[in-house]
Design a protein around this ligand. Structure first.
Ligand SMILES: Cc1ncc(COP(=O)(O)O)c(C=O)c1O
Length: 374
């Protein structure tokens, strides 16, 4: 009854682990800000509905929104509305991209550990997922050798994600240059997932945008404006690519959600600094969680330079058992193996949580690790 396509993909097992938690939980397992959207943006939704933005809109997004997105990135290139496609979250942007770029047998390189969408999306497009490793020793940036040794005559595209989920790694300028050069040399499409674009702590955003002509830059309103549930994202790429990806997008969702687009216009015009306020909170929480993790025997954290995840290596035999026990005691976190084969000795903690929860969560985690080490 079911297609091979759907039979070939699985839902992640994280939920099952989260179900072990009883009663009140401290949630360090979340992939989203613990804030809500800015007040003006929340109000804009009501206004949009009252004003009649309840109908289908243009498939590629409202022209005003597309222009504002192009303008927002004007430091990185000469973009216009024609370079922008408004999508239903980065997730739909990603799927439409995969279906437009990848065909049967095409190989696509993706990071391991990496975000959970990449491998299934490549598979759904009937491509062949080829994992490349990123290691804590190299601040979770890929090396040229690890990438180049995986490129074959069938390689079509490379997926990159900086700042990274689950690692918090941010690529430096040399790594970005190296990857762009490789893509150029082998004539590959570069798909850059930059949904944490503005959540970098020690520098200006480091981006692939404007550095390569076959680049598909994917971003979202989800993290930047704390509106994950509103499902609004966008792609910036060549006009030709927008036309092609726009077809897949049209036949999947028809158009983005009109009231959300209205609110996104308000967000860009009136709440552009919101992300920097959140970032200051995240920075403090990052420093707190890092200092607490560093003191736990057998736990090696890396100071993340972006996003809101800590991805320490934990020196015990079975990390999943540590996670299960931590979750049973009410602290949600995610085993590294949920993000790939290469991350089995890691655990992901989100620090998009209150300082009190971070302190209590780390106390519980310390107790569990100490028990496992003894
Ligand atoms: C790296 C990465 N890419 C994409 C997404 C999906 O974003 P959106 O909510 O815009 O679909 C997430 C969400 O957690 C993410 O962490």
């Amino acid at each position: 009854m079911f297609s091979e396509r759907v039979k070939n993909i699985e839902l992640s097992g994280i939920r099952k682990i989260f179900d072990l938690a009883q009663g009140e939980v401290i949630n360090l397992g979340l992939g989203e800000p613990d804030f809500h959207p800015p007040e003006v943006v929340k109000r804009a939704i009501y206004e949009a509905v009252e004003k009649g933005y309840n109908k289908y809109g243009p498939s590629k997004g409202f022209p005003e929104l597309r222009s504002l997105i192009a303008e927002k990135y004007s430091n990185y290139g000469d973009f216009t509305a024609d370079n922008v496609l408004v999508t239903v979250g980065a997730t739909e942007g990603f799927m439409a991209t995969m279906l437009s770029v990848v065909g049967p047998g095409d190989e696509v390189l993706y990071p391991d550990p990496g975000f959970v969408l990449y491998k299934p999306h490549i598979r759904i497009a009937e491509g062949k997922p080829v994992a490349y490793p990123v290691y804590q020793e190299n601040d979770f940036m890929p090396t040229q050798e690890d990438l180049e040794s995986r490129i074959t005559s069938r390689t079509k595209a490379i997926i990159v994600n900086s700042p990274g989920n689950p690692t918090g790694g941010v690529f430096d300028d040399a790594t970005i240059r190296m990857i762009v050069d490789l893509a150029e040399d082998y004539n590959l499409v570069l798909i850059s997932d930059e949904v944490y674009f503005n959540l970098v702590y020690d520098s200006e955003p480091k981006t692939f945008l404007g550095k390569y002509d076959k680049l598909i830059f994917i971003n979202s309103f989800s993290k930047e404006f704390a509106m994950t549930g509103w499902r609004l994202g966008y792609i910036i790429t060549s006009k030709e690519m927008v036309e092609q990806i726009g077809k897949m997008h049209y036949y999947t969702v028809a158009c983005p959600q009109s009231p959300m687009e209205y609110a996104a216009i308000v967000a860009l015009k009136e709440a552009g600094d919101y992300v920097y306020e959140m970032r200051e909170h995240f920075r403090k929480r990052r420093d707190l969680m890092y200092s607490l993790l560093k003191d736990i025997p057998g736990v090696e954290p890396n100071l993340p330079r972006g996003a809101f995840y800590m991805f320490p290596r934990v020196d015990v035999d079975n990390v999943v058992d540590v996670v299960k026990e931590t979750v049973k005691r009410g602290v949600l976190c995610t085993p590294g193996e949920a993000f790939g084969e290469n991350a089995k000795s890691h655990i992901r903690f989100s620090y998009a949580a209150s300082e009190e929860h971070i302190r209590r969560g780390m106390e519980v985690f310390r107790e569990v690790v100490e028990e496992f080490l003894n």
